[in-house]
Design a protein around this ligand. Structure first.
Ligand SMILES: C[S@@+](CC[C@H](N)C(=O)[O-])C[C@H]1O[C@@H](n2cnc3c(N)ncnc32)[C@H](O)[C@@H]1O
Length: 451
């Protein structure tokens, strides 16, 4: 049995309480709903042995005990595990659990690389016990299942590595470390407020770890962000425990620093100024890969009109501006004012680019009311997805192509289903492993008017 598994047993021992037999679901009768049970007994700490049959949205494996669905962390489909319930009550349709002992290990199981000696490491790298090819296989399965369940689309798809990523380690250019009471930087285990001090974070780039952040004394801080951009020195952003304390780094108030990120895509090359706490892809190869993929899907033509929605500092807008040329027009809409200021400052002489600070749904409304039309759209919303109002508004603008960049496959599938109701269909979908060792996946879809 591996050290990781031993650690899991330790973890259970600390939090588990006395062993109880589960009876959840046992009194549920086929075809008859149980009346609501306000005093349902908590199952937290209960143990069961179960077979993991599938992978679900969020990276948990699916198993069943007496008809009750159990979403299990730290497993691999095909394994039999002993699991301890972490959330759920008797009679709930499903409960959540952690695998604490692997009874029949998958051949795709590997020793986790994270030095945090708790199940699954710090709580972020929830796939690190799985080989990299199987991680990608599981992510593809999740995207396929969400498309099938929520958008009624059955489609094969692959999860591609981000070019240059060979082992899924040393890729994360932005990390927020928590700080413990002794002022040491570390990370929190899942569902815990404890901070485990770290000597290394194996997914962080050399630039992040090389700042010495893990050796420094951060007394008085509750967290410290490290940003290791592609250009220049890494930046540290200490976050004080007390809100009214101001920390200065090299004469600049911490949190107000900016970094420069270079994009070396085939379609476009240049620099962006990004606020240290603003949005930028955390995998160093992701930005260029996504620009090339999105432009390859949209194939902008000179003179076309495009929207870049949830534009950030304009990763896609900037490349599309050059592709549509002086007779084209690009409108970038973004809710973070500082990102808008950065994009506007980057492009003072580019007349065909308009940067609008605001909420996407609100900014689209006048375009729809005015009967505007556009040719191309890039849609790159946060995890919650674009939502029905935005998708409906987009359809009313009649673009010939929408490239949807999604960090949540369920939100993507829901928005694709909405788009189908407004005359748009899925023409292409590919996913990228921009977050190795975690269950997260970036999916890029092309929507076009239905045939
Ligand atoms: C996933 S990031 C994409 C950024 C950019 N496309 C890129 O690739 O660098 C999502 C962006 O949406 C912005 N955002 C979130 N909700 C928004 C809203 N309702 N309206 C406008 N922008 C929003 C965030 O500030 C963030 O910059």
């Amino acid at each position: 049995m591996s050290d990781g598994h031993d650690a899991r047993r330790d973890g259970r021992g600390r939090s588990g309480g006395p062993r109880r037999e589960r009876s959840a679901g046992g009194d549920r009768r086929r075809g008859r709903e149980r009346p609501p049970a306000p005093n349902k007994e908590s199952l937290v700490g209960a143990e069961a042995e179960l077979d993991l049959t599938d992978i679900a949205h969020g990276g948990r494996c699916v198993g069943r005990v007496e008809g009750q669905v159990v979403f299990v962390r730290h497993g691999i489909p095909g394994e039999r595990v002993r699991a301890v319930v972490t959330k759920g009550r008797e009679g709930d349709r499903f409960v959540f659990a952690d695998a604490v002992e692997v009874l029949t290990p998958s051949e795709d199981r590997v020793e986790p690389r994270c030095p945090v000696a708790v199940p699954g490491g710090c709580g972020g790298c929830d796939f690190q016990h799985v080989t990299l090819p199987r991680q990608r296989h599981l992510k593809a399965q999740v995207v396929r299942t969400q498309l099938s369940r929520l958008a009624k689309i059955d489609r094969d798809l692959e999860v591609r590595p981000v070019p240059g990523d060979t082992d899924g380690l040393r890729w994360r250019t932005r990390v927020e470390f928590a700080v413990d009471e002794a002022g040491r930087a570390g990370l929190r285990p899942q569902r815990s407020h404890d901070v485990i001090p770290l000597a290394d974070c194996p997914i962080a780039t050399e630039g992040v770890v090389g700042t010495g952040v893990l050796d420094a004394d951060w007394s008085g801080m509750r967290a410290v962000d490290v940003v290791a951009p592609s250009v220049g020195e890494p930046t540290l952003v200490p976050i004080p425990v007390e809100d009214d304390v101001v920390v200065e780094i090299d004469g600049v108030e911490a949190g107000e620093q900016c970094v420069v990120e270079h994009v070396d895509a085939a379609a476009w090359q240049g620099d962006f100024e990004v606020h240290a706490r603003g949005f930028w892809q955390v995998h160093p190869g992701a930005a260029a890969t996504f620009v090339d993929h999105v432009l390859g899907l949209l194939r902008p033509e000179p003179g076309e009109r495009a929207l870049d929605l949830y534009a950030g500092v304009g990763l896609f807008a900037r490349a599309i501006v050059d592709a549509v040329g002086p007779d084209g027009a690009v409108l970038a809409i973004e809710g973070d004012e500082r990102a808008c200021v950065s994009l506007a400052a980057l492009t003072p002489d580019v007349e065909q680019l308009e940067v609008r600070h605001g909420d996407v749904a609100r900014e689209l409304a006048p375009l729809v009311e005015g009967g505007d039309e556009v040719d191309l759209v890039v849609l790159d919303p946060p995890r919650t997805g674009a939502g029905a109002d935005v998708v409906q508004a987009l359809a009313a603008l009649h673009p010939r192509a929408i490239a949807y960049v999604a960090c949540d496959p369920a939100a993507l599938a829901r928005d694709i289903a909405t788009a189908a109701g407004h005359g748009y269909e899925l023409a292409d979908v590919v996913a990228f492993d921009a977050f190795p060792m975690t269950h997260h996946v970036e999916t890029i879809a092309l929507l076009v008017p239905s045939a």
